[in-house]
Write a protein that binds this ligand. Structure first.
Ligand SMILES: C[S@@+](CC[C@H](N)C(=O)[O-])C[C@H]1O[C@@H](n2cnc3c(N)ncnc32)[C@H](O)[C@@H]1O
Length: 251
């Protein structure tokens, strides 16, 4: 039986593929991030990206000129991070027990990673580590289900796995359940064009497939390739995403 924990730990087994195929986030994300209370990048402010993985979200923060420290529990992901961003420090650590001093961070970010923590522990940890006035930002790239082919794909995945795509509801759950923090929310739509092979490789790095095993994943991906060929006969897929963003400031 797969558990939330086994899925949370699954990424390190596929770190190289993750780095190669997962999408980034649009640079325009910095505008709603700041509007909702994220700090502008200034020298000598401490930004910490938790669940940093291979550094996809961290790179975006570092490009803005901030001094970022990355925290990541998976050693395989951290190894890939060091390869991708050799100048950005990364430490092994967990959002449920951050390896950071009280009041030491101005900005804590979780790109596509907050839902792997236990909010009963990660919320108090965020409040402990942030200085007063510091901000917590959490966001997810969700496939845009207003796009008919993506909605049909989500239904096929749900049928195959026997469950709904949890990520669709993660931001709703987070803002409803986290009563200690007053989250403000924004959404940002964006698209990218990739080959059908890249799109399927991206899908295969999702935890639900990583814990499923290679044979069953290959079965799904072969069927999916045939379905998508009907929609994208030239073999180029336009992936449509909504970045669902929540930001809260520590009182
Ligand atoms: C979907 S990946 C996101 C990686 C990266 N932030 C990005 O935007 O591509 C989720 C990451 O959360 C990490 N993770 C799992 N459990 C965690 C926890 N309790 N605290 C912090 N990160 C966790 C995983 O190891 C993985 O690297």
């Amino acid at each position: 039986m797969t558990t939330h924990l086994s899925r949370a730990h699954s990424f390190s087994t596929a770190a190289t593929r993750y780095a190669a195929h997962r999408p980034s986030y649009p640079p325009a994300l910095s505008t709603p991030l700041e509007r909702l209370g994220g700090p502008p990048p200034r020298r000598r402010t401490a930004w910490v990206d938790v669940g940093a993985g291979t550094g996809i979200g961290t790179a975006l923060l570092a490009e803005r000129g901030a001094d970022v420290l990355a925290v990541e529990p998976g050693s395989g992901m951290a190894r890939e991070f060091r390869r991708a961003l050799p100048r950005v420090p990364v430490v092994l650590g967990d959002g449920n027990a951050l390896p950071l001093a009280d009041g030491s961070a101005d900005f804590l970010t979780y790109a596509q990673a907050w839902h792997w923590t236990d909010p009963a522990r990660s919320v108090p940890e965020a409040l402990r580590v942030l200085r007063p006035g510091g901000a917590l930002a959490v966001w997810w790239n969700i496939q845009d289900h207003a796009t008919p082919w993506a909605d049909a794909q989500a239904a096929r995945i749900a049928r195959f796995l026997g469950k709904d795509d949890e990520a669709r509801h993660t931001a709703d759950r987070t803002s409803e359940q986290t009563t200690e923090l007053d989250f403000r929310r924004d959404r940002l739509r964006w698209t990218r064009r990739v080959t059908l092979d890249d799109h399927l490789s991206n899908l295969a790095t999702h935890s639900a497939f990583l814990v499923l095993g290679e044979d069953r994943t290959a079965t799904f991906l072969n069927e999916e390739r045939a379905e998508l060929r009907k929609v994208f006969p030239d073999g180029i897929v336009e992936e449509a995403y909504v970045v669902d963003l929540l930001v809260a400031t520590r009182p």
